[in-house]
Design a binder for this molecule. Structure first.
Ligand SMILES: NC(=O)c1ccc[n+]([C@@H]2O[C@H](COP(=O)([O-])OP(=O)(O)OC[C@H]3O[C@@H](n4cnc5c(N)ncnc54)[C@H](OP(=O)(O)O)[C@@H]3O)[C@@H](O)[C@H]2O)c1
Length: 276
């Protein structure tokens, strides 16, 4: 069962913030339990009208200490925004808020610098399928985060898909490269498959339809079955058949495995460069 916070302050109502909030509402979070900080007046007005939510234009208007503060703003906005929330951490006392950040590349150390050494901080890396409740989120917690707070943080993301913890924050760089950026690799596969269909004689619309349905149907099957991706692959590829002919091409040097390993290594290296 998913337990959501009794009070939550959401900082940033963009693509990720709005998607997460929608899932929290679907899992029973009440509008009275949420306050949103959104400086963009047009977005704030629409949000007030749509959900009847309390929307503040600045954190200085917050009253009391929420159980959880979620930062869903762009990484480059964090330095300016964070110091205004430090008071909600209440210097690590049990009444202080849990801070959850989804800002890419913003380390726990840098969040701590702005929010205070005793602040309870969770750094999470969700991915874009969070938008439809099929996300994959991986997170790391500062040592100041208590067990109840860990459970709360896990539930916030479980409401929008799968969730797992890593103990070492360094692992969030390869995590970013695999599941954070990963959807783009899968969309590229769909695009390439459609182009290959056109090259093989299909018209463009049909090729697009086949490629999209194949990628989404295969993803759904992988999600529903107990079989691994390797087992599913073997199920389709009968010896001497059409699938085997294609797989031999895909796995010949340099091959899909080598390309993906290099792609993930490049993304990991870039994530390390951008981390601060
Ligand atoms: N999109 C992804 O796939 C993805 C995946 C993993 C992690 N993330 C992380 O998620 C975070 C949000 O990304 P996003 O794609 O949702 O960005 P976004 O759509 O640009 O949303 C950010 C929102 O925050 C608002 N904002 C800016 N400054 C603010 C402040 N000081 N206080 C409160 N709100 C403020 C922005 O308003 P204005 O538009 O008026 O500036 C905008 O509505 C980023 O840090 C990103 O690294 C994103």
């Amino acid at each position: 069962m998913i337990t959501l916070p009794s009070s939550l302050l959401l900082v940033g109502y963009g693509k990720m913030g709005s998607a997460l909030l929608e899932h929290w509402f679907n899992h029973g979070l009440t509008t009275g339990a949420v306050v949103v900080v959104e400086p963009h007046e047009e977005t704030a007005t629409a949000l007030r009208k749509r959900h009847g939510l309390t929307v503040l234009s600045s954190p200085s208007e917050t009253k009391g200490v929420p159980q959880v503060v979620v930062f869903a703003i762009k990484p480059q906005m964090m330095e300016e925004a964070l110091p205004q929330y430090a008071k909600l951490g209440a210097a690590g006392t049990s009444s202080g808020a849990l801070f959850v950040s989804i800002a890419a590349g913003r380390t726990i150390a840098s969040l701590t610098r702005h929010l205070g050494a005793d602040a309870a901080i969770v750094r999470a890396m969700p991915n874009i399928p969070v938008a439809i409740g099929h996300g994959m989120t991986v997170a790391c917690a500062s040592p100041t985060v208590g067990n109840t707070q860990r459970e709360l943080a896990a539930d916030l993301f479980t409401a929008a898909g799968a969730f797992t913890w890593v103990d070492s924050e360094n692992l969030l760089d390869p995590v970013t490269a695999v599941s954070g950026s990963g959807p783009a690799y899968v969309f590229l596969l769909a695009e390439c498959l459609a182009r290959a269909g056109v090259a093989a004689g299909l018209d463009e619309d049909l090729a697009q339809q086949l490629a999209c349905a194949t990628v989404s149907g295969s993803g759904a099957l992988l999600d529903k079955t107990r079989k691994t991706a390797a087992q599913l692959q073997r199920d389709i590829a009968s010896p001497g058949g059409t699938t085997e002919a294609a797989l031999e091409v895909l796995m010949a040097e340099p091959g899909m495995q080598k390309l993906l390993t290099e792609a993930v290594a490049a993304a990991t290296a870039r994530a390390r460069q951008l981390s601060k």
